[in-house]
Design a protein around this ligand. Structure first.
Ligand SMILES: [Zn+2]
Length: 300
């Protein structure tokens, strides 16, 4: 594409991957955006990919104030209905992380309603979170007794080299400026600390198979990473990736049907599930192989 350069490496080699149709959701409506659904729609946009560094991103990006307001007012009850599954996923991840970092101070950037932090605290971590949605922050306070900073990471003004572990769980792809956030994460992380990032992998088999119908493609995702591009950005922020893995998540059958099936098909199955509430809430371990997990340390 002419006239556009990569926002990260400034290369002019830009390819159009997908064209996305915008929706008509406006800020006037409640529940503008939630984590579980894909109804965060802007104007028509495209997913572009840089031929040099491999980073893919949404173009044009939404207005920063609009985006901030959308997340601030975000509510998501479906996310909470999946609390059991999310808690189980959190436990599995904490067990993996404990092989590298056992305990200490933990920061979750974009921590939503604090489910991960709540599980971490049970294991002895001193937990801190940053989240834009005031609904999610209140939920964490009222249900887990966890105080989360409502706002942007930089505004929280954490002391330098304060945390032993910083995690970003499916949040980096939502940020306007992920590099800037990684740099701040580096400032607040101890020199021997660990950074853990999970994000959809646009180079995964499933992504390539499904094209723009892949669940990772949505207009709330402003960036799309693969191993190479996330490693490059981490380097740019003073980190080096030391390990990659894939994410196993636990979802109820009900949620999977909602997420994976076309609307009409879901409607057909719904009456059956309504009669069998037990089956609805069955937790299934899902590894679609399309989520990238990166462990990174400071590059001294
Ligand atoms: Zn680039």
């Amino acid at each position: 594409m002419s006239g556009i350069t990569c926002g990260y490496c400034h290369s002019k080699e830009i390819e159009v991957l997908y064209t996305l149709k915008g929706g008509s959701v406006s800020l006037g409506r409640q529940r503008l955006y939630n984590i579980s659904r894909d109804d965060f729609c802007f104007s028509d946009s495209r997913v572009l990919k840089c031929g040099s560094c491999g980073l893919a991103y949404l173009f044009p990006k939404p207005d920063a104030d609009y985006l901030y307001k959308a997340y601030e007012t975000m509510e998501d009850s479906l996310y909470l209905r999946e609390e059991k599954g999310r808690a189980k996923s959190a436990k599995a991840l904490l067990s993996k992380l404990s092989r590298i970092k056992k305990a200490g101070r933990l920061l979750d950037i974009g921590c939503a309603s604090g489910i991960f932090l709540n599980e971490a605290r049970r294991l002895g971590w001193e937990v801190y979170g940053v989240e834009l949605s005031s609904w999610a922050v209140n939920y964490a306070k009222n249900n887990f007794g966890i105080s989360i900073y409502q706002g942007k990471l930089k505004d929280a003004k954490f002391p330098s080299r304060y945390f032993d572990l910083v995690v970003m769980l499916d949040s980096i792809e939502h940020l306007m400026d992920p590099l800037d956030c990684l740099i701040e994460a580096g400032r607040v992380l101890r020199d021997d600390g660990l950074l853990f990032v999970s994000t959809p992998d646009i180079e995964s088999f499933l992504s390539r198979l499904m094209g723009k119908r892949w669940l990772g493609i949505k207009q709330s995702h402003l960036y799309y990473f693969n191993k190479r591009s996330i490693s490059k950005m981490l380097n740019g922020a003073g980190f080096k990736a030391i390990k990659f893995s894939r994410y196993i998540r636990f979802f109820s059958l009900n949620y999977l049907l909602l997420k994976l099936m076309p609307y009409k098909m879901s409607l057909k199955v719904k009456p059956l599930l309504d009669r069998l509430p037990f089956i609805r809430s069955l937790l299934l371990a899902v590894n679609l192989g399309d989520q990238l997990e990166v462990y990174a340390v400071k590059d001294k």
